[in-house]
Design a protein around this ligand. Structure first.
Ligand SMILES: [Zn+2]
Ligand SMILES: [Zn+2]
Length: 350
């Protein structure tokens, strides 16, 4: 990739409105100071982008290039990478798509994901469903040669999961219920195991997904279509689990998470499916349930995620990840929404 000649135009998958997405030829973006131009090697479709695709997300305004779970090769630009080393052209990287100001009170307190003026590549800024994307250099993490771009693109969803289990302060010896065995739910299993959690129940409505969850280390699975998730959890842990992580975000699942934890337990909400949900507030008060939202990741969580991928703890295996050309983007969004996708994660190769 040394001396890669950057073409003046690129192919990009552009979202134009509900159910409308097409390949367009656009000018290749130009990096400014402390930014790099990345030739995208792989970019995953995130669940949050499905609602964006339908037009249900006020942050996403067409025309827009989505895509924020990506990895690729630096072809121009300069600056300092996340690990403090200078940028080299030809370097393989994955990146944190949450651009933060570094100067507000939240950034200064180290809570960069809560930056007062945060901007997400793929929503406020052009994303990576394209041949090239511009990213601030210090949001790029080096990717070892042996790690594929597809595996590298999983750093972002895995970082979300690492952050969630850190917020819950998950410890070895504790029990965990993960609600939803999509990509985020699977990543929560991996992130919890990395912290030493061994007792992991996973609920989902798909037996296929639950089988994948078992391979990732779920000790018990619950098919929420045929069983009552709370009763089935209490059958395994009669006093309730220490931690429940909701990776779905519907009212039903949020309430299941609250009712499945022990008094004083922690509920982490990650799923963004429903905007507002009625929850049993008096029960939460009387049981001292620690209810918390988890959004994106700290820099440390992103570093941990990249490290887990570099150590092959999380792998892009065909039982949950499929690779497709960028041109199949619209079809892939439709399949994920219809529930007819062959696997839970679709990664596009521009
Ligand atoms: Zn995402
Ligand atoms: Zn800030």
């Amino acid at each position: 990739m040394q001396n890669h000649t950057v073409p003046s135009e690129m192919r990009a998958l552009v979202w134009l409105g509900p159910h409308q997405m097409e390949l367009q030829t656009l000018p290749t973006p130009v990096p400014q100071a402390h930014e790099v131009l990345i030739k995208v090697g792989a970019v995953g479709i995130c669940g949050s982008e499905l609602s964006g695709y339908l037009g249900h997300n006020s942050l996403r305004v067409p025309p827009l290039i989505m895509g924020h779970e990506a990895a690729g090769t630096i072809v121009s630009g300069g600056g300092i990478l996340a690990d403090g080393t200078p940028v080299h052209q030809g370097q393989r990287v994955t990146f944190n798509p949450l651009v933060t100001c570094g100067t507000c009170d939240r950034c200064k307190a180290g809570r960069v994901n809560l930056c007062r003026s945060r901007k997400l590549l793929s929503a406020h800024l052009p994303g990576a469903f394209a041949q090239y994307v511009v990213v601030p250099a210090d949001l790029c993490w080096h990717l070892p040669e042996k790690i594929s771009f597809t595996a590298g693109s999983l750093a972002e969803p895995l970082a979300c999961a690492v952050h969630a289990v850190e917020l819950a302060d998950a410890q070895a010896g504790q029990s965990l219920l993960v609600l939803g065995a999509g990509p985020i739910g699977l990543c929560v299993i991996a992130a919890a195991k990395a912290r030493g959690v061994k007792q992991i129940i996973v609920s989902d409505i798909s037996d296929t997904r639950l089988d994948v969850a078992k391979h990732w280390g779920a000790t018990h699975t619950i098919n929420a279509k045929s069983a009552d998730t709370v009763a089935a959890t209490l059958a395994v842990y009669p006093g309730g689990v220490d931690i429940a992580v909701d990776a779905v975000g519907t009212g039903v699942v949020r309430n299941q998470a609250i009712k499945a934890v022990m008094p004083g337990g922690a509920v982490v909400l990650m799923g963004l499916h429903e905007d507002e949900t009625a929850i049993p507030t008096n029960y939460i008060i009387r049981q001292e349930i620690r209810l918390m939202g988890s959004f994106c990741y700290s820099r440390e969580a992103f570093t941990t995620a990249v490290d887990l991928i570099a150590r092959h703890v999380v792998k892009a295996t065909p039982d949950w990840v499929v690779e497709r050309p960028l041109a199949d983007g619209r079809m892939s969004f439709e399949e994920l929404l219809a529930g007819t996708a062959p696997v839970t994660k679709i990664v596009l190769l521009p």
